[in-house]
Design a binder for this molecule. Structure first.
Ligand code: SF4
Length: 387
């Protein structure tokens, strides 16, 4: 089945407000028939409210328009995010007054309001779905597109996968990257060699496991799979393996499927804003320079289709390498730009592959531009400098 993804480009033909992204969001909300679908619904707008002094999360101008559309349609909107982002959200411009509806910590102020779902995946046995997510009857998944150190990039899946689970499950999802064995101490028991392996990593991704002498710990988020550590590690002692990196993406797909299973399929929609795409996640609490040009805004009822549309639209772009923080290194120009940034094993498409296997949507999509650029004719006469 082919799904529809509505799209508004960040570019303008003319210097007119109607050609800018908030106006294109309005067109997308019309196409998705939000007003017609939300009457009497308790509508959760799941977004990332950022952290600390980050300023590249979705601007209140956009959120307010979604809130207004829900209110116009007779729905009861509220914003939800994890507690440590909601607390302090007002310092980044997110308040009831600016957005037009309340903002709640999804699993309560102490992360204790959740519903458990049993499903074994690597180290995870129970998934703690945030109570405010379960209480809602309609979901608007409004994500900001950016890079992510665990899986290359974060958008529609990541916004639900982590943001709709209580803290314990979020921690376990990150830990799933360590479930498959990657360090084989019987092949290297010499502490000096372990220290040499750690020292070979320019990103301090490898540390001695202080609690377990002779063991090491690999911070997967910091690893861009450059392979330098493997050049000094005794053969067979260390694996830099796809299984560890892909585990997080599969966990994200499972988590998202649990969240989506609590809503009627017609009572879910997704919006993704691909502007000011930073190298790492919004939860880092700061905003770095953009690593890709702004693309625009997307909307679809199909999470796989919208995620792939975002990825496809950025796939052919060149990383703005001069904007990268100096500690980051691009050691390959192969694959998606987010992969070039975070390493070949952090393929951003993987989460959609796992999601597709769980029946969450379709990779086939039709991209409908809600306001295509108009051709602008420039003057035929040559430029003559004014005197
Ligand atoms: S592959 Fe490179 S980045 Fe990853 S741990 Fe080894 S040295 Fe560090």
């Amino acid at each position: 089945m082919t799904s529809t993804v509505y799209f508004g480009t960040a570019r303008q033909s003319r210097l007119e407000a109607r050609e800018t992204l908030p106006a294109k969001l309005d067109l997308i909300l019309e196409k998705l028939q939000i007003r017609e679908r939300v009457k009497d619904e308790m509508v959760i707008i799941k977004m990332h409210t950022g952290n600390n002094i980050g300023y590249s999360t979705i601007h209140p101008v956009f959120v307010r328009r979604v809130v207004q559309a829900v209110k116009d349609g007779g729905g009861k909107p509220f914003i939800a995010d994890v507690n440590w982002d909601v607390s302090g959200a007002e310092t980044r411009g997110y308040t009831h007054e600016t957005l037009g509806c309340p903002i709640y910590p999804a699993a309560g102020p102490d992360e204790k309001y959740f519903y458990e779902y049993e499903k074994t995946f690597k180290n995870i046995k129970k998934w703690k779905l945030a109570g405010m997510v379960k209480d809602a009857t309609f979901l608007i998944n409004f994500s900001h597109v950016k890079g992510h150190p665990s899986c290359g990039f974060g958008a529609a899946f990541k916004n639900l996968a982590l943001g709709c689970m209580a803290g314990e499950t979020r921690g376990e999802m990150h830990d799933s990257m360590h479930f498959d064995q990657y360090w084989f101490p019987e092949k290297c028991s010499n502490i000096e060699t372990i220290r040499m392996i750690a020292a070979a990593c320019p990103f301090e991704a490898i540390v001695e496991d202080k609690k377990n002498p002779g063991q090491m710990h690999l911070h997967m988020e910091q690893c861009n799979q450059c392979g330098r550590c493997l050049q000094v590690a005794p053969e067979g002692s260390l694996k830099i393996d796809a299984a560890n990196f892909h585990a997080f993406q599969e966990a994200c797909a499972i988590s998202t499927s649990i969240t989506l299973s609590t809503f009627h399929p017609k009572k879910v929609t997704h919006l993704s804003l691909a502007t000011h795409m930073t190298p790492v996640c919004d939860c880092f609490g700061f905003t770095s320079m953009p690593i890709l040009p702004d693309v625009g805004i997307f909307g679809s009822d199909d999470i796989i289709a919208i995620e792939r549309a975002v990825l496809d639209s950025t796939a052919g772009m060149k990383l703005i390498e001069e904007n990268l923080p100096l500690v980051m290194e691009v050691h390959t120009r192969q694959g998606h730009p987010f992969q070039q940034l975070h390493g070949p094993l952090k393929d951003p498409y993987m989460v959609t592959e796992y999601g597709e296997k769980l029946g969450l949507g379709s990779r086939d999509y039709e991209l409908v531009d809600v306001l295509p650029l108009e051709k602008v004719e420039h003057a035929a006469l040559p430029y003559i400098p004014a005197k």
